[in-house]
Design a protein around this ligand. Structure first.
Ligand SMILES: [Zn+2]
Length: 204
């Protein structure tokens, strides 16, 4: 428990590596772009979502510098290509406070998901769709008003995306975005979602 002084350096390195990759992938064919997006960029982006989790608990700069953590979360967010860190924190507090509580903890799948995705093939589809479900579920289960900080997060994020687009074209933007979506779906690094959040049904 407590701040991790190493985290800011690890996160900064990951963000810089992804910016370097944006330069390197600018002329790749689409096929190889998607390959590297899945095999490399997505791994870093997924790792950044977990860093954003830790930063949302003020691990980077401690509880006394809460604001530094909020803005550092936006910095860690940059390679993910979509605004995420501020909204994540808004809902993540409820995940801990009401752990497992229906309609309060938005990490819990909805009744529909539980009932529909019940065969092996449907479960694979569910895993592929996880990034989409994770983003849409709060809006359906427990919608909250947009905050001032979320607007800042969005402006910072879309400005970054525009800069990358203007420097090196569309391909690096697709590399970042595809990495985020693919690595949160059917990807080895996403195994922790299942390991941490779900249990086998216990038959009596
Ligand atoms: Zn947490």
């Amino acid at each position: 428990m407590g701040p991790d002084p190493q985290l800011k350096w690890t996160v900064s390195c990951m963000v810089l590596v992804q910016i370097l990759c944006c330069y390197l992938v600018r002329d790749l064919s689409w096929k190889w772009l998607i390959f590297w997006s899945y095999a490399f960029g997505g791994v870093i982006n997924h790792s950044l979502t977990l860093a954003i989790h830790d930063i949302s608990h003020n691990v980077a700069f401690g509880n006394k510098s809460a604001r530094w953590n909020r803005f550092f979360g936006m910095f860690a967010n940059l390679p993910i290509a979509m605004p995420y860190s501020t909204s994540f924190k808004k809902y993540h507090i409820d995940h801990h406070r009401y752990l497992g509580g229906d309609s309060l903890d938005v990490d819990i799948p909805t009744d529909f998901e539980g009932k529909f995705f019940c065969t092996p093939v449907r479960k694979i589809i569910w895993i592929i769709l996880q990034p989409l479900l994770y983003v849409l579920r709060p809006l359906y289960v427990n919608p909250k008003p947009i905050t001032h900080m979320e607007v800042i997060n969005a402006v910072v994020q879309f400005s970054f995306d525009m800069v990358i687009y203007h420097l090196w074209g569309l391909k690096p933007v697709v590399y970042l975005l595809a990495g985020s979506i693919l690595s949160m779906g059917l990807h080895p690094i996403s195994g922790h979602f299942i390991a941490e959040h779900y249990m086998f049904f216990k038959r009596l």
